[in-house]
Design a protein around this ligand. Structure first.
Ligand SMILES: C[C@@](CO)(OP(=O)(O)O)[C@H](O)COP(=O)(O)OP(=O)(O)OC[C@H]1O[C@@H](n2ccc(N)nc2=O)[C@H](O)[C@@H]1O
Ligand SMILES: Nc1ncnc2c1ncn2[C@@H]1O[C@H](COP(=O)(O)OP(=O)(O)O)[C@@H](O)[C@H]1O
Length: 269
């Protein structure tokens, strides 16, 4: 049996650069895990069985299991999943669950999957999945699968709010505009060293704010709460603010708690 925490991520910076021939987009993003996680218990079993506190159609964990089974001779897997991460929320809960499934199978069945095998399986599962092999934060390029771990990012406090809107990443990639200058990986590393978040941005925001007024409203409300940086995570719909001061975070938390259902105080990992 294996009990794991499947962490969520937020994008502290995200720029879509260009559309590729394979239909995906080249991006550059700085992602960090946050202390919000789904709780999962994995165990070897005769068949594949999944019990979840929320009904999930086409659970990506089954796809992860199938991909490992194509590679190695394994029996079944039982999964008890307690979802705490909102879905379609820009927090990559699905990608994180998929990574944990591959890791659990590797451990439970003693598969000794190579780095390359992990990479290939995770890329088939989604562009964001390989990020979860990182300890805490990474600059991700390509489709998002090429990761460079970064250190020295302060473990800021985070106020995270989800307005309960499920946004498809595909729709955002397809509808948004992009092009022009973007921060290089070196520039991002330099800004992290200087602890300077001013130039970090998410260029998906304009499109999402125009299409989902409720997300724009949430962003405006959060921007007025005293955090030193407010951004939408990924393709939305979650919005977060970063804080240094516990009292200010607490005040902001109570204000938002009265207005939205999913409001949490957390921190960067
Ligand atoms: C936008 C981001 C930013 O971190 O996060 P979320 O908002 O989903 O959390 C990610 O790029 C989401 O990555 P992920 O959710 O793994 O995407 P995938 O499953 O690989 O792809 C879903 C769809 O998004 C589009 N897509 C995704 C990644 C990418 N670099 N270019 C794309 O064009 C494609 O249309 C693809 O069919
Ligand atoms: N285990 C899972 N957890 C979350 N979502 C899942 C899972 N399996 C399949 N999905 C599907 O993937 C979609 C995107 O998932 P998620 O990673 O939570 O969002 P996002 O890509 O916005 O970060 C969900 O809307 C859901 O339909």
């Amino acid at each position: 049996m294996l009990k794991t925490k499947s962490y969520a991520k937020i994008n502290l910076h995200l720029e879509v650069i260009s559309k590729r021939d394979d239909g995906f987009h080249d991006i550059i993003t700085l992602m960090s895990k946050i202390n919000l996680y789904d709780e999962i218990i994995f165990a070897k079993a005769e068949d594949f069985i999944i019990n979840s506190n929320i009904d999930i159609k086409d659970n990506i964990m089954k796809k992860a299991y199938d991909l490992v089974k194509e590679l190695r001779d394994i029996k079944g897997l039982s999964i008890e999943l307690k979802k705490n991460i909102p879905m379609g929320a820009g927090l990559a809960g699905g990608s994180s669950n998929a990574y944990e499934t591959v890791r659990a199978l590797d451990e439970l069945y003693d598969l000794s999957l190579t780095k390359e095998e992990y990479f290939d399986i995770l890329l088939k599962l989604g562009s964001d999945c390989n990020f979860f092999t990182a300890k805490s934060a990474a600059i991700c390029t390509g489709r998002g699968e090429k990761i460079k771990e970064v250190e020295g990012l302060k473990k800021y406090k985070v106020l995270l709010v989800n307005p309960g809107i499920n946004i498809s990443s595909k729709d955002v990639y397809e509808g948004m505009s992009f092009g022009g200058d973007y921060l290089s990986s070196e520039a991002i590393e330099d800004l992290i060293k200087k602890d300077d978040f001013k130039r970090f941005k998410n260029n998906m925001q304009d499109f999402v704010f125009a299409k989902y007024i409720a997300v724009k409203k949430l962003f405006d409300e959060m921007s007025a709460l005293g955090g030193f940086k407010t951004m939408m995570s990924g393709s939305g719909s979650s919005v977060f603010s970063l804080f240094e001061n516990e009292e200010e975070l607490q005040k902001a938390y109570y204000l938002m708690k009265n207005r939205y259902q999913f409001v949490i105080k957390t921190h960067l990992i």
